[in-house]
Design a protein around this ligand. Structure first.
Ligand SMILES: CC(=O)N[C@H]1[C@@H](OP(=O)(O)OP(=O)(O)OC[C@H]2O[C@@H](n3ccc(=O)[nH]c3=O)[C@H](O)[C@@H]2O)O[C@H](CO)[C@@H](O)[C@@H]1O[C@H](C)C(=O)N[C@@H](C)C(=O)N[C@H](CCC(=O)O)C(=O)O
Ligand SMILES: Nc1ncnc2c1ncn2[C@@H]1O[C@H](COP(=O)(O)OP(=O)(O)OP(=O)(O)O)[C@@H](O)[C@H]1O
Ligand SMILES: N[C@H](CCC[C@H](N)C(=O)O)C(=O)O
Ligand SMILES: [Mg+2]
Length: 486
């Protein structure tokens, strides 16, 4: 594509060169630049892309977008803009032909439940013979192919490329998790969403947002970027605030269990592995049997059903789609062991997530509850003691360990968690190595106990001092049991 078409209508200064050149690819990482590419230099959290402009040129960049004064001797095109992160969004959007215009885009935001809801929606829409794509925590899914992603919501360049690939593969719906970081860091600025969906808001990411109010305000942005429906969990106090704020800007559909929602559940009945409820919509009601337990799953299913309802999907298809979901990787996933105790892997990594999952387990545990968990490094520190206290107030044994310490000292993170653990008069041990912590839980389990491995869910790695090591909890459990001839 010609550079002039990539930068069209954008406020900028052409410092040197011309806009008639043909651009092969748009890049924001100098290491990926090849001959004929446009390199956009962005200031990051760790380094400044402007320091890699020469590297991009050496790799073949024929045009550079900068927000700083630079002096380049090579005979290439230099464009200066006010904000290169904004330019990355606009220019990559143009380069990929605004792919959001050819898709129905469903954006899901909120602290917990986004990934789970994505997979419920996928199942319903596929039952309805729609072709769907996903961008989220477990990765992207395009035409049945799984693509690994570094972020839940990647940067604008990656998103636009993924959306373009979806369009090329005749995808109709793109279901996207929209993190608060992405709304703040302009990763989704270009995109107009057909549907915005809100799950809930509880303590997380305060390292970045600092206050709950800022965190809420980032999530709120999504509901001003939508053009068909805003779908809101009205049982959540922040859901009510969104309704007050956006009102009927576009049609609003609420879901919930308690507070007079448009789409609501009644007759909720739980077991340890399933939940039954009646789904009520203005167009009729139907009974649903979900294969993932807990009240939180009812909320997630209601959210997905509401999206389908907004698209006029018949109730029997919604029922079939929801009931077809056998499980979601790392979300209340029972490890298939031959033991007389149960091992569950779950992605709960906030106090609210832990509270929700442990409430389900509380109700059905016949034996003790053993919880192996930690808190992520270089992430919200304020949630750590609350997570410790939440687990200790439910568990018979808290095994406090590591969960992606990243660049932080693992011991120090555990000490932060233990501040909360010690507030409750419960039994606990501290085992820094997560694999050893899992083995300890297994060695100490008795018949009918439930071991919950919380925090890593679908993750099969652990990041310690910046290095990534394998840590697939399913494999660790099964191999250890095997080594013990169990
Ligand atoms: C804090 C944050 O969001 N960081 C994101 C950011 O990394 P960064 O700012 O450190 O980037 P950097 O390394 O400083 O690089 C700056 C620029 O220089 C360029 N560069 C760098 C080196 C080089 O040799 N050449 C070069 O051109 C880089 O390509 C980049 O454009 O840009 C990266 C590429 O887009 C992201 O992967 C990275 O997310 C990191 C992994 C992260 O952990 N982010 C978390 C906080 C996050 O965004 N989480 C949310 C919420 C998750 C949820 O709750 O579900 C998410 O959406 O994932
Ligand atoms: N609706 C919900 N409310 C509260 N907790 C939930 C809900 N749904 C799931 N959980 C808990 O939170 C964990 C994470 O769920 P899920 O991965 O669906 O959330 P997410 O919003 O995608 O998280 P992330 O922000 O990390 O991507 C689950 O493993 C479960 O323990
Ligand atoms: N999306 C969340 C995932 C946390 C998962 C947990 N395993 C951790 O590393 O804290 C985050 O990036 O904060
Ligand atoms: Mg997610």
């Amino acid at each position: 594509m010609k550079l002039k078409d990539i930068v069209k209508d954008y406020k900028m200064d052409l410092i040197k060169g011309n806009l008639e050149v043909d651009i092969k690819n748009v890049r924001n990482n100098s290491r990926c630049v090849e001959e004929g590419d446009l390199f956009i230099a962005e200031k990051g959290f760790t380094v400044d892309g402007h320091d890699y402009i020469q590297n991009a040129i050496d790799n073949g960049a024929i045009a550079i977008v900068t927000e700083k004064e630079i002096s380049i001797k090579e005979d290439i095109t230099i464009i200066k803009v006010e904000d290169t992160i904004d330019a990355l969004g606009k220019f990559s959007g143009n380069f990929f032909n605004s792919p959001w215009n050819d898709l129905e885009i469903i954006g899901i935001t909120g602290t917990n439940g986004k990934t789970s809801i994505t997979y419920f929606i996928k199942s319903i829409l596929e039952e309805n013979n729609n072709k769907i794509g996903i961008i989220g925590t477990i990765g992207a899914v395009i035409d049945g192919e799984n693509i690994k992603l570094e972020n839940t919501t990647p940067n604008s360049l990656v998103i636009h490329k993924l959306l373009k690939d979806m369009v090329n593969k005749n995808t109709e719906f793109s279901i996207m998790e929209v993190s608060s970081h992405s709304l703040e860091l302009k990763r989704v600025d270009n995109i107009e969403f057909q549907i915005g969906l809100f799950t809930n808001l509880t303590k997380d990411h305060l390292d970045y947002h600092e206050t709950m109010e800022n965190y809420f305000n980032s999530k709120l942005k999504l509901f001003y970027k939508t053009n068909k429906f805003n779908i809101i969990n009205i049982d959540d106090e922040y859901g009510k605030k969104i309704v007050q704020s956006v009102g009927e800007r576009i049609p609003l559909i609420t879901y919930g269990i308690k507070d007079g929602a448009d789409i609501f559940a009644t007759n909720v009945e739980f077991t340890l592995s399933k939940v039954k409820f009646t789904l009520n919509t203005p167009k009729g009601s139907t009974d649903i049997l979900l294969n993932i337990p807990g009240e939180f799953s009812v909320y997630n299913a209601l959210a997905a059903a509401t999206v389908a309802y907004a698209y006029d999907v018949p109730l029997d298809i919604i029922k079939k789609g929801l009931e077809k979901v056998q499980g979601i990787k790392g979300r209340f996933e029972v490890v298939p062991t031959n033991t007389d105790y149960t091992v569950i892997i779950d992605f709960a990594h906030t106090a609210d997530g832990l509270e929700k999952v442990l409430t389900v387990i509380d109700e059905f545990a016949e034996g003790r509850k053993i919880v192996v968990f930690g808190a992520g490094g270089n992430r919200d520190k304020t949630k750590r003691p609350v997570m410790g206290e939440t687990v200790a107030s439910h568990a018979d044994l808290s095994i406090v360990t590591s969960d992606n310490p990243r660049y932080e000292d693992p011991e120090a993170i555990i000490e932060d968690v233990l501040i909360g653990t010690k507030k409750v008069n419960g039994k606990y041990v501290k085992i820094v190595d997560r694999i050893e912590a899992i083995k300890y839980a297994i060695d100490n389990a008795k018949p009918k106990d439930i071991i919950l491995l919380a925090g890593k869910g679908h993750e099969t790695y652990t990041i310690i001092k910046g290095e990534t090591y394998p840590c697939d909890e399913r494999q660790i459990v099964l191999e250890y049991l095997n080594s013990k001839n169990i």
